[in-house]
Design a protein around this ligand. Sequence first.
Ligand SMILES: [Zn+2]
Length: 809
Amino acid sequence: MTHDRLVNYMKALAAAAPGRIKLETMGFTYEGRPQVLLIITSPKNHQRLEEIRQQHLLLSDPSKSASVDISNMPIVIYIGHSIHGNESSGANASLVSAYYLAAAQGKQIDELLDNVVILFDPSFNPDGLQRFSTWANQHKSKNLVSDPNDREYNEVWPGGRFNHYWFDLNRDWLPAVHIESQNRLSWFHKWKPNILTDHHEQGSNATFFFQPGVPSRVNPLTPAKNQELTVKLAKYHAAYLDRIGSLYFTKENYDDFYYGKGSTYPDINGAIGILFEQASSRGHAQETANGVLRFPFTIRNQFMTTLSTLEGAKNLRREFLEWQRDFYKSAITEATSDPVKGYVFTKNGDNHTMQEFITMLHRHQISVYELGKSIKVGSSNYESGNSYVVPANQTQTRLIRAIFTKTLEYKDSLFYDITAWTMPLAFGLTYDELNAAQFGQASINQQSEFLTEKKVQVLPAINNAYAFLLSWDELTAPAALYDLLDNDVLAKVATVPFEIMVDGKQKSYPAGTIMIPVQRQTADSNKLVSIIQKVSGRYGVFFDALKTGNVSMGSDLGSSRFIAITKPTLAMITGQGVNATDAGEVWHLLDQRMNIPATHLEPSVFNRADLDRYNTLIMVGGSYGELNKDKLKTWVQNGGVLILTEEAVTWASQNGISNVTFKKLKPAIDSTQRLPYTTREQIEGAQQVYGAIFGADVDLTHPLAYGYHQSSVSLFKANKVFMEKSKNPYATPFNYGSKPLQSGWVSRENLDAIKNSAAVVVNTVGSGRVINIADNPNFRAFWLGGSKLFMNAIFFGRAIDAASGRSEE
Ligand SMILES: [Zn+2]
């Protein structure tokens, strides 16, 4: 069913059962669809709903929870469906579950609703569900075709799994980059449920999975009791599925490691998250290894496990409520005995990235304070006014550790998703742990809790300016620069540092500073100032106004070391074979954060289009078999900038478009030896690169490093693209050293390959450039420390000295 009809049905149910159901709108998706939430409980509970909520929240406040009487307190259950839009048996089962909860009569349902408050989310991903349901319904035949080759079961790229920007929302609970997650999280914390269920689908040949998952892969920050309760609840799912004869499995394939998933995020929030995975019919009826799998059958299993969850929750109510109380009480005890008393971090001139980071922490109910006194930790200086502290001793202490710590030890070598996500590294912030003495020195004032910052610096009217300078440090600087270029403003980038007099004071500027001369513009000086003021306000960036072009150190403003920036006209190759989430990350970065338009080109359109209208092309990880490679090469030779990430780097080199060589992996096993067949999964799985964080050494003078000030930049690697350094000494601006691993798990063989490999290689091809980025600089849209590199490639790729790559020809 399409999302709009699903919502209409939920509204009708709410209208028909006003005593039991209250319908809330949490917010709206990118495509404007409502995210509805049904609050379902008994009429008696509805009358005192706010009081129930307030009482319930006290359980997660260790200073007040001891006195809470839980003997008659309802348990709070969040039931969620189909976060992957093309796993639609969840959303379709929600119709049945909601109807049952609205309409059932008798002692059993009355007793259930008296004891539970249900937050019922029929569709976690409305845009994806709409896309998939439209596809499956438009291809349905009157006589159902169950052939898996049928168009019905083979969605066009990118499919309905993702949200509007082709993101996997079931990785976004922690970064909360997307509006859907943000709306949902605010309701999650408004109620702090005890159980959250997450109804998915898996491969069509499977059966049904419910948690517990693989025991050795539970995140070590999750207390053991969480898994005990998961097992107790699982007995109910097993009993309900036994009753209807459905096959199922547990403790395999899936895990509770990454807290960005819907079934794992609750585990670090005093609740229990439960993953359900139904074999997918991906349409109305599909042939599988287990016979024809029909859509109604898949819906039935999802509905049954909602019933089993509710029954278990009602019976285990006290235990779950007590667990929530204990979770937060023991968290404080742990924080007290932990030698790490807090974390300090600083903004390196980038207010907007700091703002994003703090906003993310706030979404998870983490308190942030201003640093009271400047301190030095290790080799890093933290200045008050620019730095912030997260004390460990607060109720979300476990989640704080999950966000801040680097992890290098693991019990298992297989993972369902990434192995590390240390957030300050991802955001590119300088940060340190604080021990008790350092935490004391930081002297944070408990009254200085930091709530919001939006310093929009509007430039006062300037007369007689000679030029303006814009710092490249801010996250929003590329957006501001594009806006200027789009207004036909002439802007140049400094390729060397310089010092100059501003407002009567000497000020130094790094390479990468943007300079806007007042003369030589199409706009007169008044118009120019008004454009600059508008851009300043729109993106919260400050421009210094200069009265002279004569520097006291470095090059004068008229020097050829200030290079005019060409407005990028962008296209990205998209479509079948392209990694949709990688492409979506670029789309989201350019569209949402930078307000920069980019054309999405299908290979078939690329092959017939006039490419002269683009000066910059982007290709992310994927296979590009249908792309006309000669046409692409000619375009680069004629002056284009081609930006490649991940497997696109390999593809371009193999097809003669760029010039990169790759390191050879040492084999993990001796192939002359026979190994037990059953060890294959473990041994081969361990050689995957699931995703870990590596520090690259950076040439800070290189145009691709503008805006960076630390000699090490944390990048995220989840592939096996291991580039050799360029033979040209100027063409490997980012490379991994001999100890690159910062956080996460990777096999010894893969780590050896990453050591001393190149992270970024620049090739000159004719008058064009190919910028090869081995990893994913925009990972899941929270890797803001890498996005800077990507934006540099877009704006400064063509400014990279032709001489630097000439020997690469
Ligand atoms: Zn799924």
